[in-house]
Design a binder for this molecule. Structure first.
Ligand SMILES: *[C@@H]1O[C@H](CO)[C@@H](O)[C@H](O)[C@H]1NC(C)=O
Ligand SMILES: *[C@@H]1O[C@H](CO)[C@@H](O)[C@H](O)[C@H]1NC(C)=O
Ligand SMILES: *[C@@H]1O[C@H](CO)[C@@H](O)[C@H](O)[C@H]1NC(C)=O
Ligand SMILES: *[C@@H]1O[C@H](CO)[C@@H](O)[C@H](O)[C@H]1NC(C)=O
Ligand SMILES: *[C@@H]1O[C@H](CO)[C@@H](O)[C@H](O)[C@H]1NC(C)=O
Ligand SMILES: *[C@@H]1O[C@H](CO)[C@@H](O)[C@H](O)[C@H]1NC(C)=O
Length: 538
């Protein structure tokens, strides 16, 4: 059968499956099953014992290795003494915000209970990670890597690497997450982290083994709470190949700035004399500089790592220029065989421009963080459930303004309404002196441009309307703006958040309700039959 015919067959079959089951998984595609036991356990990431969150006894948690369109079934048993939820950074959950695992899409899993997530890696490739989404649990662990590789026969724009390593980098506090939470709840800030971990380990406690002459893929995600990081490997170049599901133009870098929540894939060739080399992740734009160290170890290594650590770049401009150098490979395939560049995002007119300005207001005597003056407070019932079951009085669509308001900060369960299939532009305006990092669930967006100062209509002439990458997390430099465009082709209730975890916890987030009046299974799956109940439901 030709591709088009095959596609329409697949479509017919999936519509058939939907009509029959209203199901959130596709019976045509392979299944992968996971059973995860969430417990507390003692970990020593910086030498002192801490109560960490383990998944099947592991910190970080086990990887999810998948192929485009795989159905993923994860039965999560919560054996913590408090409620728990996992979310999937970058997994689009098409038609399925039911499985997003954010506090406003799902009821938390009560202590001693389980919940089975069911979702599909629909039309996605790339490198992502999962994390616990409530109570600052992320400060105690519970995160792990997610890989989605291309289906067989879909061309990948580089030869298969000899190995594929997940590298989770992130800052870390020695203080346990309950104390950190109390600090934030009382209106104080967290202060400087205590170190930087690589795959949950202290400096010098991990290594990645390579065979001389071979090329390896490293998938690096910043899973930390507060710090932008610079990543580099002594004596080795990194060829950038993928950013959050986009195959990139394969530029070579000595080091990469990876902001909170971001993921990058690089190829590294073991082309140096056989010894160990430092692999470094160090904090950017902050003092003191904290450094995580691991090793790239040649299997025939003759010598331990030596010499000074490879130097970090300095300054914002270096980082901004690097960000601008990251481009989409227009001729490479993404998750589908057709080239990425066949989607001409720059030719589509936008129907709406949303401007989001971050701020750090004091509200009722406490430090909060806000966007367009609104500091998010959780509802008593997940928004997605309230919306579906038509429970009124939980939230108001339109309670999140489209433009900065110059008034003082206020608390609100903020929901912005948007039309299914609208093509919108979002400008993040950062008038503060720290780097911001923003993530949108349910989508991948085009990063059109970023620059210093205030965004104005004239900034549009700086946009890359041709070959920027499509990704799910973007940085905004201090006193700068970043503009994105996003096709709202995924119905649901989607979290838009700061990836700085204290800011997110203290209100710098809101939900985007992408709505279709049609109410068809083709646009959104029905509520899962195992959905947990909480708040005003049940
Ligand atoms: C989870 O781990 C705890 C502690 O090791 C154990 O008591 C419990 O039986 C495990 N639960 C499951 C479902 O494996
Ligand atoms: C956090 O630390 C405090 C004080 O040391 C302790 O009382 C509490 O049990 C710890 N909580 C967790 C969840 O680790
Ligand atoms: C809990 O696990 C059981 C056994 O696998 C499963 O049948 C049940 O659906 C799960 N509960 C939820 C709420 O997903
Ligand atoms: C882009 O992808 C094509 C197709 O796979 C590949 O041949 C080419 O080398 C890539 N170009 C760059 C600049 O990375
Ligand atoms: C890591 O190892 C290097 C030398 O191999 C050493 O200079 C450094 O002090 C070590 N750091 C820690 C925290 O052990
Ligand atoms: C986009 O807008 C421009 C100017 O308003 C108009 O000329 C053009 O036809 C529109 N393009 C599409 C594809 O609608």
């Amino acid at each position: 059968m030709g591709l088009i015919q095959r596609k329409s067959w697949e479509l017919l079959l999936s519509i058939f499956a939907l009509v029959l089951f209203g199901s959130s998984v596709n019976g045509e595609d392979p299944y992968k099953f996971f059973t995860w036991n969430i417990t507390y356990g003692i970990i020593y990431p910086l030498g002192v014992p801490q109560q960490g969150i383990l998944i099947n006894g592991q910190f970080p948690g086990p990887p999810i290795d998948s192929v485009t369109n795989d159905n993923i079934i994860i039965n999560v048993y919560n054996n913590l003494p408090e409620p728990f939820l996992l979310s999937w950074n970058g997994i689009q959950q098409r038609r399925n915000s039911w499985q997003d695992g954010m506090p406003e899409t799902n009821c938390p899993i009560p202590p001693g209970r389980n919940y089975t997530y069911k979702f599909q890696m629909k039309d996605q490739i790339g490198s992502y990670y999962y994390f616990p989404s409530m109570y600052l649990h992320k400060a105690a662990g519970g995160f792990g890597g997610i890989k989605i590789v291309s289906r067989p026969l879909i061309p990948v724009p580089f030869p298969p690497p000899a190995g594929d390593y997940t590298v989770l980098i992130g800052d870390w506090y020695k203080t346990n997450h309950s104390i950190l939470r109390q600090t934030l709840d009382s209106g104080s800030i967290l202060g400087v982290p205590d170190g930087v971990l690589i795959n949950g380990r202290a400096p010098n406690a991990t290594s990645f083994t390579v065979d001389q002459g071979k090329t390896y893929r490293f998938r690096i995600s910043n899973v930390g709470l507060a710090s932008s990081l610079n990543f580099r490997i002594q004596g080795h170049k990194m060829k950038l190949v993928e950013v959050e599901g986009s195959h990139t133009v394969q530029n070579t870098y000595d080091s990469l700035d990876i902001h909170l929540g971001q993921s990058y894939s690089v190829l590294v060739t073991a082309d140096q004399p056989p010894q160990d080399y430092y692999m470094v992740a160090s904090t950017r734009f902050s003092t003191p500089i904290l450094t995580g160290i691991s090793f790239l170890r040649y299997s025939n290594s003759q010598k331990s790592a030596s010499g000074p650590l490879p130097p970090a770049p300095t300054g914002i401009d270096w980082s901004l220029n690097q960000a601008r150098s990251i481009r989409w490979n227009l001729t490479a395939s993404g998750p589908r065989p057709n080239p990425q560049g066949s989607y001409h995002y720059g030719m589509i007119n936008t129907s709406r421009t949303i401007i989001l300005a971050n701020s750090a207001p004091v509200i009722n005597g406490k430090q909060r963080y806000a966007v367009n003056s609104v500091s998010y407070i959780p509802s008593d019932t997940p928004l997605k459930l309230a919306d579906n079951l038509k429970i009124t009085g939980v939230f108001v669509v339109g309670s999140m303004p489209d433009k900065p308001t110059n008034g003082g900060g206020y608390l609100q369960t903020a929901v912005m309404g948007a039309d299914f299939r609208a093509f919108v532009e979002i400008v993040f305006q950062n008038n503060e002196d720290t780097v911001q990092s923003w993530h949108l669930d349910g989508y991948s967006f085009f990063v059109l441009g970023m620059d210093g100062g205030q965004w104005t209509q004239a900034s549009i002439k700086e946009y890359n309307l041709f070959d920027t990458v499509s990704r799910c997390t973007t940085q905004v430099y201090p006193q700068s703006w970043t503009a994105i465009r996003v096709p709202l082709d995924n119905v649901g209730m989607w979290n838009l958040r700061s990836e700085n975890w204290a800011r997110q916890y203290l209100g710098q987030q809101f939900y985007l309700r992408v709505y279709s009046p049609v109410g068809s299974f083709r646009d959104e799956y029905s509520i899962p039959n195992n959905a947990l109940k909480c708040g005003r439901v049940g």
